[in-house]
Design a protein. Structure first.
Length: 270
């Protein structure tokens, strides 16, 4: 088990539509941040799409990260148009142990049967490469639904990228998600959050905070991971609220990352 950062640790610095900084965080910048923090795992997700790089650029990224003893984890979004096989090829070049995927793509929200029908024929390629396909619980599917998908795909190289917070969108807390999906986890996403009453007590707001201020308990999360005897890497993501401008938001995001990494080091030394 190792601590890692993601392109979603620095979401605002990478760029959010309508709020792009003058200089967006690059692949190499992300690795530099890992080195500065003593981190040796970097997950590059769909907000920093690797398929936009040329073969020469992929080769340079592989060489650069390998020389710094950095493990790259590949991530993407969408399961249509052979996207999974495209990212499997990239994962091979970058020596990534996983391809993390969010099932839903642009205007594509498949049901369970369609997910299985699309993914199942491609699994053999993941098995040949010995690379895990890590399906993220990304709020639309319940934990039981994702569990059925994994069981129907029936491969030791298909598992779950278990996000500790996303499933609030499916009306499920982390206890339910870990109990149902913990045995299938090959990657863990953590993020700090708090839940509080909205104005006039009508509804609730779920908002990001640094990990040390989070309602999600790190000890509980790690005990759950150990309970399932998983050696999954722990990847820090952040839901940083927007400030008065993009520059102030990126500064806040950076400070939160440093604070959170320092705190997590109390639990994960690697």
């Amino acid at each position: 088990m190792k601590l890692g950062i993601s392109s979603y640790t620095y979401t605002w610095a990478v760029g959010v539509q309508g709020h792009y900084p003058q200089k967006r965080l690059s692949f190499m910048d992300l690795i530099d941040k890992a080195i500065e923090s003593g981190i040796h795992v970097v997950q590059i997700a769909d907000n920093l799409p690797l398929h936009n790089l040329s073969d020469i650029e992929i080769e340079a990224l592989a060489k650069f990260s390998s020389g710094l003893n950095i493990t790259i984890e590949v991530g993407t979004r969408g399961i249509l148009n052979n996207n999974l096989l495209t990212y499997l090829s990239i994962a091979k070049k970058l020596n990534s142990p996983i391809v993390r995927v969010i099932i839903d793509g642009i205007n594509h929200y498949p049901n369970e049967d369609e997910v299985v029908d699309i993914i199942k024929p491609q699994i053999i390629e993941f098995e040949k490469a010995k690379i895990n396909l890590a399906i993220e619980n990304h709020d639309r599917f319940t934990a039981k639904s994702l569990k059925r998908i994994i069981q129907r795909l029936d491969s030791e190289y298909v598992g779950i990228c278990l996000d500790c917070a996303n499933s609030f969108g499916a009306m499920e807390g982390p206890d339910v998600v870990f109990d149902e999906l913990g045995p299938f986890a090959v990657n863990i996403h953590i993020k700090g959050l708090k839940i509080y009453r909205a104005y006039k007590n009508m509804g609730f707001i779920i908002e990001g905070v640094p990990i040390d201020k989070s309602m999600l308990d790190m000890s509980w999360i790690l005990n759950k991971v150990k309970q399932f005897k998983k050696d999954a890497n722990i990847i820090l993501e952040q839901w940083t609220p927007f400030e008065e401008n993009i520059e102030a938001t990126i500064e806040k995001e950076e400070n939160w990352a440093k604070t959170s990494i320092k705190y997590i080091r109390n639990f994960i030394k690697e």
